[in-house]
Structure formats: structure tokens, C-alpha cells
Design a protein around this ligand. Structure first.
Ligand code: GLN
Length: 286
């Protein structure tokens, strides 16, 4: 007979893990399963098929270590190295922001501005893991997408994701905003730039505390990157082309004022699934 305290089954460990993670996670069971999947190097379906299988002492120890790391706040996506975006499993590392579900709204709205049967050019500002660029490129094979980022480590992740997804109508360039696309014009410019205020406590909590500050922090009021982008964006958009930016729920009005002071018309704000103002789009008119 094995000692029940030492040799627990997959199912029992999952229950324990779920109970521990419930304290701070919205999806404790899923997270416990993802961590168990890492330990066993198996998909979640395996855990459902073999709940009675016992863990070896080494596996149990590893599982407990992972649970402790998660309990200390480490993002599950950095532990598994994967986050799904637009139904694509993408590689993520601590060099990139973990793609958020609400950013799919930015993709959705950009696609509405990109006819399927035209060869258009898209620029994605601050591409990070490449999530937005890759989703657009996959949905619009005739479009040429350029994703730029100032972080070389992020670009390496983005290029890896393009290879993983076998998407070749996308190119990633190292660039401080528009530096690496001088002289080029785009039909659609999109961006999910940093937009969190530097003193926002959100930066010290949850996944954000482990994410690159460079991808989140946009100075006092969180408007620095919008200002930097809008100083130059008009040089890179074709006449009647579109600019779409993701932003925080309270930034729509200040952003709108910046856009109105420039050459932009048809300014529309779109709400995300949680009802927050999240994406503003507008048209460039000289
Ligand atoms: N929505 C992200 C967050 O709340 C912020 C993303 C960004 O700054 N681009 O953590």
C-alpha cells in the first residue's frame, strides 16, 4: 500500500491546486490543469483521461513548486510560455506583454478597414509578441503587415511566432515608432502602445507586475506614447487611411482632443466586451 499522504493522484493534486489558486485566480481549475500539464508534459485531455494516475515524488515536488510560483503572482502565460490570441497559440516570454482578450477588438476593427481583395499595407506600432500583426496578416493574406518594436527581445518572440504560425506576409523591424519605416505609407496603422499611467497601482499587481514596464508605462496620465505617435503618424498614413489605437477606459476623450487638433476625422470609439471604451479609430484627411 502506498502512503496516501505521499502518493496522490493527478485528480487529487488538481483538486488541491484548484483550492489554493481559488484565493486569487478567476480560473483556478484551468490554471491547476495547465501547471499539471507542464509537470507531465501532456495536454489537458490526458489529465481528464487518467485522473487516477499517481504522481512520482519528483513530479509532485515540481507541481508544488509551480503552484508556489503561481501563488506568488507569476503569470501563468510566462510559466507555460504560451497564450492564445485570435485562436493562435503564441509564444510569450517576460520580454513581451501577454496578449489580452480585449486586444482582439483592435484586430476586429482593423479588419473592417481592410478589403480582402486588395493589396494593402498595415503598420503595427509596438507589436510585442506580434499578436496583432499576425492576426491581421493571417486574416488578410494579400495584406503586407509590418510590426515594429523598440525591444529586440520582443522582436525575437514575434519572429518566432510568425515561423510557428507559418505566416509570411508579415515583417518585424526594430524601430522607435516610425524610425524604421521612414518614407513609407500605410493604408491602416494600428497600435496597442503603452498607455498605463506611471503611478497606476495596476502596474504593481497581477500579471502587470511581471510584464515589461516598457510595454505598459506611458508616463503621467498614460498619454506619452499617444502624443509621440500622433506627432508623426500623419506622415505615414495614406490620404483617407485609418488609424486605430487601443487605450485605457478613461483615455478616449483626451485622445480624441489630440486627434481633433490634427488631421483626423470620423473619430469613433469602440467598447470592449466588458463595456469599456477601448479602441478609437479615425481617418486621416490632409
Ligand atoms: N490593457 C493593459 C493592462 O491593463 C495595458 C496595455 C497597454 O498599456 N498597452 O494591463
Amino acid at each position: 500500500m502506498t502512503d496516501a499522504d505521499v502518493d496522490l493522484s493527478i485528480g487529487q493534486y488538481l483538486e488541491d491546486g484548484t483550492a489554493i489558486l481559488r484565493v486569487f485566480s478567476d480560473s483556478p481549475r484551468l490554471e491547476a490543469e495547465l501547471l499539471m500539464g507542464l509537470v507531465l508534459r501532456k495536454p489537458r485531455s490526458y489529465l481528464h483521461a487518467w485522473p487516477e494516475q499517481l504522481l512520482s515524488p519528483e513530479q509532485a515536488e515540481l507541481y508544488e513548486r509551480l503552484l508556489r510560483r503561481r501563488f506568488a503572482g507569476e503569470p501563468i502565460a510566462y510559466m507555460t510560455g504560451i497564450r492564445e490570441f485570435w485562436s493562435m497559440p503564441l509564444k510569450v516570454t517576460p520580454a513581451v506583454l501577454i496578449p489580452r482578450p480585449e486586444t482582439e477588438l483592435l484586430v476586429e476593427k482593423a479588419l473592417l478597414r481592410l478589403p480582402e481583395d486588395e493589396d494593402q499595407r498595415v503598420l503595427d506600432l509596438g507589436t510585442g509578441s506580434g499578436a496583432v500583426s499576425l492576426a491581421i496578416a493571417r486574416e488578410r493574406p494579400r495584406t503586407q503587415v509590418i510590426g515594429v518594436d523598440i525591444s529586440l527581445d520582443a522582436l525575437e518572440v514575434a519572429r518566432g511566432n510568425a515561423r510557428l504560425q507559418k505566416i509570411d506576409n508579415v515583417e518585424f523591424r526594430e524601430s522607435d515608432w516610425f524610425d524604421a519605416v521612414r518614407g513609407e505609407k500605410f493604408h491602416v496603422v494600428v497600435g496597442n502602445p503603452p498607455y498605463v499611467a506611471e503611478d497606476d497601482p495596476h502596474l504593481l499587481r497581477g500579471d502587470a507586475q511581471f510584464e515589461p514596464r516598457l510595454a505598459l508605462d506611458a508616463g503621467a496620465g498614460g498619454m506619452d506614447s499617444f502624443r509621440a505617435i500622433l506627432e508623426r503618424a500623419h506622415n505615414y498614413i495614406v490620404r483617407q487611411g485609418w488609424l486605430l489605437l487601443e487605450h485605457g477606459p478613461t483615455q478616449h476623450l483626451p485622445l480624441r482632443r489630440l486627434l481633433e487638433a490634427q488631421h483626423y476625422h470620423d473619430i469613433t470609439v469602440h467598447k470592449d466586451a466588458a463595456g469599456h471604451d477601448r479602441v478609437t479609430e479615425c481617418r486621416f484627411v490632409e
